[in-house]
Design a binder for this molecule. Structure first.
Ligand code: NAD
Length: 295
């Protein structure tokens, strides 16, 4: 049994904290939103009045927050976790944030004598609820070894991606591939339709040929071919376009900071920006085919 402080009990953090409680760990949770606190209480999670209380007197602090600015505020802002956690506390941030913020916060934790991991996830709310998330983890070997049993409660696939920030790096690189390929698939299937090539025929050929890829096999953006596709359910997510947009923007920030040209990633980010700004952020990311088709 581990004493855990959990900060950020939203759509993802709430079920993750609940799974830790179910597995027999002692969790005290905090969220700024009264509705998240109420939902956590209903789910049997003990709650406290502020992040400082969640951070003190525990063995591990886990956070699941919206973005880098929130993570910086919670860990290194006034009354931040880094200044309050007792020596030896392991800090784990599971939010999806920019690589630079992750590395800055982890460096501050290190200076205070605290181990810290970045452990962003994929698998969405369904994965958080079922405890089947994939964790991409950055941080030292020793910190990873300490965090692994808790990741295994909340997830199914746990990968140590290397040193501090590498979990976030893995997440943005992977999702940049996904965003680019989804746009490529959308273009090819739209072209097929306009050339009089049946989309089922293109799928039968491409899914067995050099054009095949994970997004085509699992999230084909046209309906009636791949059972699991959101296209069969009016593009109800799934993985929301707003989330893809966020991750593509993070990949562009990372590319700019590293001085690396990612022209296809930049184009994908621009297309998702247009799509989301037109009010489509709540649709599945595969609905980007509507933009490609001019609909
Ligand atoms: P959410 O908005 O539902 O939850 C975030 C919670 O953090 C909110 O309840 C908010 O009140 C709380 N919060 C913000 N600032 C705080 C502070 N200073 N102290 C305490 N609580 C604070 O978001 P979510 O969907 O749970 O996503 C959380 C993270 O997980 C994001 O970084 C997101 O990109 C990532 N993620 C989400 C999904 C998904 O499908 N929802 C999938 C993979 C990764």
């Amino acid at each position: 049994m581990t004493d855990i402080g959990f900060i950020g009990l939203g759509n993802m953090g709430g079920p993750m904290a609940r799974n830790l409680v179910k597995a027999g760990h002692s969790v005290k949770g905090f969220d700024l939103a009264p509705e998240a606190i109420a939902a956590a209480k209903e789910n049997g999670i003990a709650t406290v009045d502020n992040a400082a209380e969640a951070a003190m007197g525990v063995e591990v602090v886990i956070s699941m927050l919206p973005a880098g600015q929130h993570v910086r505020a919670v860990y290194t802002g006034a009354n931040g976790v880094v200044g309050l956690a007792r020596k030896g506390t392991l800090l784990i941030d599971c939010s999806t944030i920019d690589v630079a913020s992750a590395r800055a916060v982890e460096a501050a934790a290190g200076e205070a004598g605290l181990d810290m991991l970045d452990g962003p996830v994929s698998g969405g709310v369904a994965g958080a609820e079922a405890g089947t998330l994939t964790f991409m983890v950055g941080g030292s070997d020793a910190a990873f070894a300490r965090g692994k049993p808790l990741f295994e409660v909340m997830g199914r696939t746990i990968v140590h991606a290397g040193g501090p920030g590498n979990g976030q790096a893995a997440k943005v690189c992977n999702n940049m591939i996904l965003g680019i390929t989804m746009i490529g698939i959308s273009e090819a299937f739209s072209l097929a339709e306009n050339l009089g090539l049946d989309q089922q025929k293109l799928f039968d050929i491409s899914s067995k040929a050099s054009g095949s890829c994970w997004a085509m096999l699992n999230h084909l953006p046209v309906p009636g071919i791949v059972e699991a596709s959101a296209a069969n359910r009016d593009y109800k997510p799934g993985f929301a376009a707003a989330m893809m947009h966020k991750d593509l923007k993070l990949s562009q920030e990372a590319a700019a900071q590293a001085g690396v040209a990612t022209p296809m990633g930049a184009e994908a980010a621009a297309l998702y920006t247009m799509f989301v700004n037109a009010g489509n952020g709540g649709l599945d990311y595969s609905a980007i085919i509507k933009l490609i088709q001019g609909r």
